[in-house]
Design a protein around this ligand. Sequence first.
Ligand SMILES: [Zn+2]
Length: 339
Amino acid sequence: MRGVIMRAPGDVRVEDRENPTILEPTDAIIRITASCICGSDLWGYRGAEPADHTPMGHEYVGVVTEVGADVTTVGVGDFVVGSFFASDNTCEICLSGYPSRCVHAQPMGAIGTQAEYARIPLADGTLVATPGQPDPELIPSLLAASDVLGTGWFAAVAAEAGPGKTVAVVGDGAVGLLGILAARELGAERIIAMSRHADRQALARAFGATDIVEERGDAGVAAIKELTGGLGAHSVIEAVGTQESMMQAIRATRPGGHVGYVGVSHGVSLDGLELFFSGIHLHGGPAPVRRFLPELIQLIWDRKIDPGLVFDLALPLEDAAEGYRAMDERRAIKVLLTP
Ligand SMILES: [Zn+2]
């Protein structure tokens, strides 16, 4: 089969890879219908994480082609969505709502779903079948559920977005934009998007943002305070993962408020005394996407939400290198790849 390999930072190729096979009786094999490039794939692309002939991709939707002997909840022919961590969905951590930290969690990034086929470990726990074969126009939204929607949703839940709340969103990538959609669905009263790009501001408003703040850093914090009577937002979503974005999120939150942080942390360190006196709640990490999948799939199936709008470039798998370039140069918000 064909699959994306990052030979080194900045060097993305589509190469012949071994077709996956069932290794454990709990595995399933899926034929990938669509995959995509994640903002977190850019850390390796830019040299901030190691990349050495690394298979790429952890987001996926597809059709089951083979199941191991112990798989019972999905069968051959099912259209399925899964999270970027395989999880058993039975351990205490899964049952408490944190499947991405499952005691048996396996990162799908190690498997690489920017490919024609993928082996899905712990298929019963990991995969959720859709109610039937989806119409083609639903596929981008179902794919979004695999990571960026589920991650934005978790960020909004972790930030306790809801009725009567003002939510500020740091980061205008796909996760931040879908955090806005999630905050709206959860009933937030006011949603402030922090973005300086006109096309992303437009999508933010389409997803439910009521205000836009273009300033960053201390000026961005001051703008949020000005919009909230000097107090700061009740709920802040952090969807970048840098020192600047994390401090922007913490300082824009009112005492007693909540930060939901889902940007993969790179080089962030927090000052204990500042954290102490901030009086805020911090909750985040690798989003437990699997927890939300049944609900999100239904919202998409019923056409109540359209998170697939974050894909503003679709390319054949063979052109993956151009997709990485487009995202690296911020010419594209998110790139969908079809084998
Ligand atoms: Zn588990």
